[in-house]
Design a protein around this ligand. Structure first.
Ligand code: GTP
Ligand code: MG
Length: 256
């Protein structure tokens, strides 16, 4: 298997974001040029990505697109930043405009898996922009905020949207974010579990603030996608549901 190189995902803003109206305190696209289809083809045979033209960066074997979706304010950008940079974006909430992406290469059982992670805007007015990117996604992380009941109630509408625009075999995971805010919690863990069970989704509660289950969510997706793309007959089948159930930590558990 040839090993490819990836850029550090810094540079020009996304074409989608740069052409969109910048109102209501937009978060400018910061991390790369949004070009769907650059490395990972839509759910077809998953291939190594092309070498970066930008120079510098890590090598990788396979590349996949992971998209974060959910209502505005649920913590998509913060989750991504926590995973990519190990930091929490506290302070003023700056809503994402259009779409943005960041790359990270993970070592999954000796295979370098590049995740190209697409951070979408949750605001309704950017929905048509987001729709255009669904079809290229290999995986979707669907988030709600455990302190915001409406964001939980909207999950079914998000699932309908996913059903309409994403590939039918897209890997999907439901995440209840902000579990560090125990006093403000209005969505119980059991409610998230029940909804996930109803739709057959793997489920975890996360906190972009403390980092709880954040690496695990992305690692689980990377394992699933890697397994789908290069499964060898001798390899035991990776079970995403079982993995997150086994590895996920409760909100009351140890702080990282
Ligand atoms: N306590 C707590 N606050 C969080 C967490 N994640 C995000 N926040 C806060 O929630 C607000 C919204 O976070 P964002 O990540 O910008 O939300 P978003 O989903 O990207 O929103 P849009 O870009 O508008 O779609 C910010 O003020 C964050 O600091 C978390 O895990 N815990
Ligand atoms: Mg955002």
């Amino acid at each position: 298997m040839s090993r490819k190189k990836t850029s550090k995902s810094k540079g020009a803003s996304t074409p989608a974001a740069s052409t969109l109206p910048a109102t209501n305190g937009p978060r400018p696209a910061r991390s790369g040029t949004a070009r769907p289809g650059l490395d990972a083809p839509p759910n077809g045979p998953l291939q190594p990505g092309r070498p970066s033209l930008g120079g510098g960066g890590d090598f990788y074997d396979v590349a996949f697109k992971v998209m974060l979706v959910g209502d505005s304010g649920v913590g998509k950008t913060c989750l991504l930043v926590r995973f990519k940079d190990g930091a929490f974006l506290a302070g003023t909430f700056i809503s994402t405009v259009g779409i943005d992406f960041r790359n990270k290469v993970l070592d999954v059982d000796g295979v370098k898996v590049k995740l190209q992670m697409w951070d979408t805007a949750g605001q309704e007015r950017f929905r048509s922009v987001t729709h255009a990117y669904y079809r290229d996604a290999h995986a979707l992380l669907l988030l709600y905020d455990v302190t915001n009941k409406a964001s939980f109630d909207n999950i079914q509408a998000w699932l309908a949207e996913i059903h309409e625009y994403a590939q039918h075999d897209v890997a999907l995971m439901l995440l209840g974010n902000k579990v560090d805010s125990a006093h403000e919690r209005v969505v119980k863990r059991e409610d998230g579990e029940k909804l996930a069970k109803e739709y057959g989704l793997p489920f975890m509660e996360t906190s972009a603030k403390t980092g709880l289950n954040v690496d695990l969510a992305f690692t689980a997706i990377a394992k699933e996608l890697k397994q789908r793309s290069m499964k060898t007959p001798s390899e035991p089948r990776f079970r995403l549901h079982d993995y997150v159930k086994r590895e996920g930590r409760g909100a009351s558990c140890c702080r990282p």
